[in-house]
Design a protein around this ligand. Sequence first.
Ligand code: LAN
Length: 728
Amino acid sequence: SNTSIKDQAVLSPQEHHEKTDYSRWRLRDDHGTHTWHYLETDEEIKAWPQTTADKYFLGMETGLPNLPPARKPLESIRNGLSFFSALQLEPGNWACEYGGPMFLLPGLVITWYVTETPIHEAFKTEMKNYLFARQHPEDGGWGLHIEGDSSVFGTAMNYTTLRLLGADPEDPRLIKARQTLWKLGGALNGPHWAKFWLSVLGVLEWEVVNPVPPEIWLLPDWVPIAPWRWWIHIRMVFLPMSYIYSKKWSYPLNDLTRQLRSELLTQPFETIKFDNHRNTISPLDNYHPKSWFLNVINWFLVYVWFPILRPASLAKKGEDWVWWLVRAEDDNTSFSNLGPVNGPLNALVCYIHDGPSSYNFREHLKTLPEFLWVKDEGMLMNGTNGVQVWDTAFLIQAVHDAGLAEDPKWKPMLLKALEFLEDQQISEECRDQQKCYRQQRKGAWGFSTKKQGYTVSDCTSEGLKAVMLLQNLPGYPKLVSERRQKDAIDVLLTMQNKSGGCASYEPTRGSELLEYLNAAEVFGRIMVEYDYPECTTAVVTALHMFSKHFPDYRKDEIAAFKNRAIDYIRRAQRPDGSWYGSWGICFTYAGMFALESLACVGETYANSERVRRACQFFLDRQMEDGGWGETYRSCETGVYCQHPQSQVVQTSWVVIALLEAGYPERGPLERALRMVVGRQQKNGEWKQEAIEGVFNKSCMISYPNYKFIFPIKALGMFAKRFGDVELI
Ligand code: LAN
């Protein structure tokens, strides 16, 4: 702790918090696999010095120099790159915090707790610090994500996490959190996943959890609701959940969980009839209310299927098949798992099935920390095991689009980035691909690492584009062979939907009607894959670029794919000229992609009413200071919601959009970029502003590197078009 005894005496309990010694934290990056380490001894510290990137991530002084003030786009880019290049990690990738969601760390900490896994003291301390730092000052609660209003999900789960990490229930901050939780009706008003985790912990009874039957995995593939058709993140969460639900596995009651019963509930535990509360939920959590259809099914499962009809043999068969699929997922991802929700759940399944000292469970304990991140506020759990491929591919493209890829100053950085992408391309199909319903992946890139190993349509596309851009310049080695580029194209050609659009991990496999079975309550549009202008654009532009270099390879298929995709982009435009974004906030993000799609088939401001309408949509929303800003409410409501402050990232997206569109006038672009350059710090960095990303309509997620990548790209594209003119 770095607060002295004297300080501690004068701090009120509220202000008193421990901190670890930040000069001891290090990020290790082993082929993109990130883990944070807290060094205990002086020898270790000497042997492993803290890097500039470590210091930056931890919010410490980086010592990066002040640079000559930028007046022109290329000067601003140079300053930005001087700073950002210092954050490149040894294997060639960039990293960052990937926080935002506030429901991830609880799953991990509950899993550790119920498996009696010791937690490193430094981790404990910083996790508590993070949760306190992100507690809403007004009401002491937490929301679904860092910027969201307090909800039962956020408050009950993070309160519980703090208690499991050793926080004192009499700490004024916990008292305040409890009051808010009680006002919202307590944990009985939580959504499905909160009730699930609290039942695992033994704080609630399993009767409060809506059913998750493993036998649903036994449905034949032709059945329209069979789980292989669901969006991958939902089915991979439901998979291990169904096993644990079927076992009704709970941690034995102890003093702490007994206390939690009284802290999280508004009435005495003994007086509660739990099955009456399966469907109670606070309105603040109920983003997507369950359909009457799902309520009927749940009723049938709870009162007829489970107690009366369900044959023990079928239950066993379901559990066995689910176990097989869990094991396949673990093997195919080297225990990284698809994401931060199914990771802890799979770990728990292995613990229940194989026991605490089993190989499988212990391997999980090794990979789970790969989701963790340390920053100035403390330790959090990332939305994936990192952003490695995605951000690295975008950075390469930004520098290339700025015309700087051959500049000797940036070549070493780009070469390393290229080496990283080469290393991270997925080289083979996974074990039992068909049986575990996995999409083709040989030649693909994922969002984070090859080890995680999931194809994503746009990550493959952006990765491939970055590789092609560099490798086709003189002076860059051809690290990714022609065959491997073609493998990536083969994957992309599997990704198109009937509509012409592309989804995220797989083409859409089920009907939108499956949303009637959406049981999560807190998220919208999660049950199947949908078409996304963002993903579609990435794929189309990759195919387009590829066919310039290899005009004969699968020529007709590529041409047909492109036509159908562009048609989809046109159809997806709203009458007001905009496109709704699903992975970035929101209309500014999707508009950038859609206009890039149209530009790649030559549809621009000069020849298209549609493009002019899209430009007008943005021009109508340009702010006083030249920038653009919309809030995450755009994602929730589907209507453009003006942010009180302009945002560097969104402004850059719009500038890129207008430049892709061939918008003829310089004025609005110049005003926008003046704002962006004006926000740049003396050392070349841009500071964090509002949250940038989103998923499932309701949950926001941070993309901290966007504030470097997109200004660089926007400024570079502008300079290419209008020259390196003085902006300031
Ligand atoms: C991501 C992150 C990246 C994102 C893009 C590549 C930007 C997008 O274009 C396609 C979808 C994808 C890959 C994506 C899907 C959903 C993820 C994995 C996330 C938003 C990061 C976190 C989120 C995941 C579902 C979080 C866990 C929550 C559950 C509801 C299971």
